[in-house]
Design a protein around this ligand. Structure first.
Ligand code: ATP
Length: 323
């Protein structure tokens, strides 16, 4: 194999640039030509790629986002779109593709694999909901951003004896909410994976004040049955928590674009290099991720079918530690 390409797809995650840089420089060190594809799968279909040299990926390791850009591309979900993408790559002499992205992106990678094109996925999403990697690129940074916000909000919540419902990202997966809630000392977490009964949550909030807490922080995943504003509205409409003040704060995209932490830069670097090594070894159709502290590969077929559950230990202790 002489020519490979790399792209970033789906939601941007801090550390994607470090993974691009690692893949490009590892590829060059093996004598490969490395192409950067712009705007994810959309760029693949349009033939929007260019050769990357070592200098093209200089000065990016410390930046969030992705220098290659990303996109959500519906055309790639069609057979014709993917055929065009493969045609474009073959036209440029590209023989293998590295895809840095999350669940949706790796479903696309698997689709290319099934069409006979050599691919390697790199586990990257701030949601940490990707089967095949214990931790994904961007999670550590997103957690730290959420944690800083929770720490700050706690100061205000204490001063004003207020309940603050802090909404963090996570459409289907409550990982960010659970972990930032535990690390931030939240009184409760609300997750998509666990049924929430607002009446019970209200009792819990009231109990916390009665036990002498000066504040209550509830960390809510955006994809939970009730989001932060939804819970506040429900409390108001149902007359729950009379006499108590509560507010919602939505962190939103600020969790995405932060400067990647050291952990994310190192993780992305390891995975970017490993992706090139797997490609060169002919171990394609796999996701490169981490398992028990080591780089590990998982067939994409398993990745797209697998569901990564939340750690039961953390689920159990989130309640106990909030006492
Ligand atoms: P994140 O979890 O960080 O949001 P993601 O990779 O899950 O990232 P998506 O928007 O779900 O992000 O997917 C990114 C792109 O992957 C889509 O825009 C589409 O081009 C491609 N994709 C998603 N699902 C499929 C599919 N079933 N078949 C082919 N391509 C797909």
């Amino acid at each position: 194999m002489r020519n490979i390409a790399v792209l970033t797809s789906g939601g941007d995650a801090p550390g994607m640039n470090a993974a691009i840089r690692a893949a490009v420089r590892a590829g060059l060190s093996h004598g490969l030509t490395v192409w950067g594809v712009y705007q994810g799968y959309a760029g693949l279909i349009e033939g929007n790629f260019k050769r990357l040299g070592a200098r093209d990926v200089g000065g990016i390791i410390q930046h969030g986002g992705t220098i290659l850009g990303s996109a959500r591309c519906t055309e790639f979900q069609t057979e014709e779109g993917r055929e065009l993408a493969i045609h474009r790559m073959r036209g440029a002499g590209i023989e293998g593709l590295i895809v840095i992205g999350g669940n949706g992106s790796q479903t696309g990678t698997y689709a290319l694999h099934k069409m006979g094109f050599p691919v390697v996925g790199v586990a990257s999403t701030i949601d940490n909901d990707l089967y095949g990697s214990d931790v994904t690129i961007g999670v550590d940074t997103a957690l730290n951003v959420a944690l800083n916000a929770i720490d700050n909000l706690k100061v205000t919540a204490s001063s004003l004896q207020r309940t603050l419902l802090v909404e963090v990202m996570g459409r289907k997966c409550g990982y960010l909410a659970l972990m930032s809630g535990i690390a931030g000392g939240a009184e409760a977490v609300v997750l998509p994976e666990v049924e929430v009964v607002p009446e019970q949550l209200a009792v819990r909030i009231q109990d916390a004040y009665e036990r002498g807490k000066p504040h209550v922080i509830v960390v809510v995943a955006e994809g939970a049955k009730y989001n932060a504003e939804g819970l506040c509205r429900y409390f108001r409409e149902q007359g729950l928590l009379p006499g108590y003040e509560f507010r919602s704060t939505v962190l939103g995209y600020v969790q995405r674009g932060a400067v990647p932490t050291c952990a994310d830069r190192l993780l992305a670097t390891r995975l970017g290099v490993a992706a090139v090594e797997q490609m060169m070894a002919g171990n394609t159709g796999v996701l490169v991720g981490m398992h028990n502290g080591e780089v590990a590969t998982t067939p994409l077929e398993e990745v797209v079918q697998g569901v990564k559950p939340l750690d039961p230990w953390f689920l159990e202790y989130a309640d106990i530690l909030a006492r």
